[in-house]
Design a protein around this ligand. Sequence first.
Ligand SMILES: NC(=O)c1ccc[n+]([C@@H]2O[C@H](COP(=O)([O-])OP(=O)(O)OC[C@H]3O[C@@H](n4cnc5c(N)ncnc54)[C@H](OP(=O)(O)O)[C@@H]3O)[C@@H](O)[C@H]2O)c1
Length: 332
Amino acid sequence: MYVASEKRYDKMTYRRVGNSGLKLPAVSLGLWHNFGDVDNIENQRAIMRAAFDNGITHFDLANNYGPPAGSAEINFGRIFKEDFMPYRDEIIISSKAGYYMWPGPYGEWGSKKSIIASCDQSLKRMGLDYVDIFYHHRPDPNTPIEETAHALDLLVRQGKALYIGVSNYSPEQTAAISKLFKELRTPFIIHQPRYNMFDRAIENGLTDVLEQEQLGAIPYSPLAQGLLTDRYLNGIPEDSRAHRSDSPFLSEDRVETTIGIVRQLNEVAKKRNQSLAEMALAWILQQQVVASVLIGASRVSQLESNLKALDNLDFTPEEMDEINRILESSNA
Ligand SMILES: NC(=O)c1ccc[n+]([C@@H]2O[C@H](COP(=O)([O-])OP(=O)(O)OC[C@H]3O[C@@H](n4cnc5c(N)ncnc54)[C@H](OP(=O)(O)O)[C@@H]3O)[C@@H](O)[C@H]2O)c1
């Protein structure tokens, strides 16, 4: 039987999400990869245990995580039931609807039909009564935003979700849905955007909107799926994500075109006595609006080493300049 470490709250820091009452660990764990039926269940269990033992109280899922789609929620639910049930009130679980999940007109996007059905399916797969955060995974250009907002609000009224978030929404879309949620008095607290040294799009307007609306951010793929680590410094390992053909954003080509920049960033990290992964996470956590960074891990050692980022979150102006100079010189 799993007994969580008594030291689990000793090192982690917890940051408030916008102006809500909710705090998230500075580092959260996402189950997009490595938790499907194609992955070893005992490795999944070990990663979840190591996370919680180190104060990572937040696990992020979505209806379609796997592969196959849905299997990450099923595997998470099984491990949760076997190991974590006594700790339910210490843990924040999120899921999402929006990407393709089942055939026909209701299996994706943002209609009320799709969102309510998807949340019910996720709860069933995970064996939970409620999720702590439920996200709309991507904006739907063809459904009135009012309908999507009402559907998410209803999940809260029904007790199926405590808080609401959106993901991949533009600054304008975020401001628009925030206005509706204010009218509805929905606990809309968080945005989940992609953000890392190679993708700084959120700095062009989204962070301003989040600050104005007093929302928090939980950036995903903070390590650019492993590119901002030492994983690819000496080639492309066979068991790495870039080697898997099902990885649309991280191909072997992308590794090859950006590795020169990665090596330069690695030198800056070394001077800071950090690994590149630690530096990349610390760099994101400097942003006030960021409540938590949402990492992935294929093994316990990655997770544990990434947590060392918290030991040095400060950057000198010279370090920032050097990082900016390196990034600006890249076409990544
Ligand atoms: N809302 C959305 O649209 C959306 C989209 C994508 C992701 N997400 C969420 O964000 C979470 C994190 O995304 P992500 O997995 O792309 O994050 P990431 O942290 O950028 O990448 C994780 C991968 O980086 C490698 N890695 C991590 N630490 C390492 C270390 N110390 N040394 C060497 N390699 C290391 C591993 O790759 P290997 O597998 O090669 O070992 C690991 O699987 C997802 O699980 C999901 O919850 C959300």
